[in-house]
Design a protein around this ligand. Structure first.
Ligand SMILES: CC(C)(COP(=O)(O)OP(=O)(O)OC[C@H]1O[C@@H](n2cnc3c(N)ncnc32)[C@H](O)[C@@H]1OP(=O)(O)O)[C@@H](O)C(=O)NCCC(=O)NCCS
Length: 195
C-alpha cells in the first residue's frame, strides 16, 4: 500500500512483529513482565471481580473462555503490531497485575498505556515498577517518542503511579470517559523521550 506521509515513520513496520514478544525484568529482577498464558485465565478473570478494577475498567471478560479469547487477541495484537500485553508477575511466580500498550502509531512514534494490579499486591510499587520498565523498553529499545495514559481525575492512586513513572500531567480532558457511575473528567499524562 502507498504511504502518503511526507515524514518517515518513527518506528519501521515489522520491528515488533519480527521478534517474539519479550519478557522484561523489573524491580531489580523481583518482577517480570511476560506474555499471558492460558494458565493465567482464572486469575485474570478474578481480577475483574475486584471493585476498584471494576470501577476504573469498563471492558471486562465474563468467563474463562472469554479470557482465553482476549489472550488470543493479545497474541494477534503483537503479530499485527496493534498492541502489546503483559502479565506482571513475581519472578518465577504468581501474577500480580496487567500492563499493556495500545493505540500504537508507528508514524508518530506514540502509544497509550493501561494497567491494573490485584488488590493483595497494591501499595508495594508494582504498578510503578512495571510502568517504568515498560516505558524504558518502549522508548529506548523500540524507539517510541511519546507514551500517554489517561485516568479519571478521581483515581488518585493512578495519578501517583503516572507521575512517579515520569508521565507528566498535561491537562484535563473534560467529561471524556463513561464509567459505571457516569461521566468522568480524565487527566492526560505523557512521558516523552528526552532529547
Ligand atoms: C492504581 C493501581 C494500578 C496502583 O497499583 P500499585 O501497585 O498499588 O501502585 P504503586 O504501589 O506503584 O503506587 C501507588 C501510589 O498510589 C498511592 N495511593 C494509593 N491509594 C491512594 C489513594 N486512595 N489516594 C491517593 N494516593 C493513593 C500510593 O500511596 C502510592 O503513591 P506514593 O508512592 O506516592 O505513596 C492499583 O491501585 C489498581 O490496580 N487500582 C484499580 C485499577 C486502576 O485504577 N487501574 C488504573 C486505571 S487508569
Amino acid at each position: 500500500m502507498t504511504r502518503d506521509l511526507s515524514t518517515p515513520p518513527v518506528i519501521p513496520s515489522g520491528l515488533l512483529a519480527g521478534s517474539p514478544q519479550p519478557t522484561l525484568p523489573a524491580a531489580q529482577g523481583r518482577l517480570v513482565l511476560r506474555p499471558w498464558t492460558a494458565a493465567d485465565a482464572p486469575v485474570f478473570l478474578s481480577a475483574y471481580q475486584d471493585q476498584e478494577i471494576r470501577r476504573w475498567h469498563t471492558r471486562r471478560p465474563s468467563s474463562e473462555t472469554g479470557v482465553r479469547e482476549w489472550f488470543a487477541r493479545y497474541r494477534q495484537d503483537w503479530e499485527q503490531e496493534r498492541g502489546a500485553h503483559w502479565a506482571v508477575a513475581r519472578s518465577g511466580g504468581e501474577v500480580l497485575g496487567r500492563i499493556a500498550l495500545g493505540s500504537l502509531n508507528f508514524d508518530d512514534g506514540t502509544a497509550g498505556v493501561g494497567y491494573w494490579v490485584l488488590p493483595a499486591a497494591r501499595g508495594a510499587g508494582v504498578a510503578t515498577s512495571a510502568l517504568t520498565t515498560l516505558s524504558e523498553w518502549a522508548i529506548e529499545k523500540i524507539g517510541f517518542h511519546r507514551l500517554h495514559l489517561d485516568h479519571s481525575t478521581r483515581n488518585h492512586a493512578s495519578c501517583r503511579v503516572a507521575t512517579k513513572s515520569g508521565y507528566r500531567l498535561e491537562g484535563t480532558k473534560r467529561s471524556a470517559a463513561l464509567h459505571d457511575d457516569g461521566r468522568h473528567d480524565m487527566h492526560l499524562h505523557a512521558r516523552v523521550r528526552e532529547a
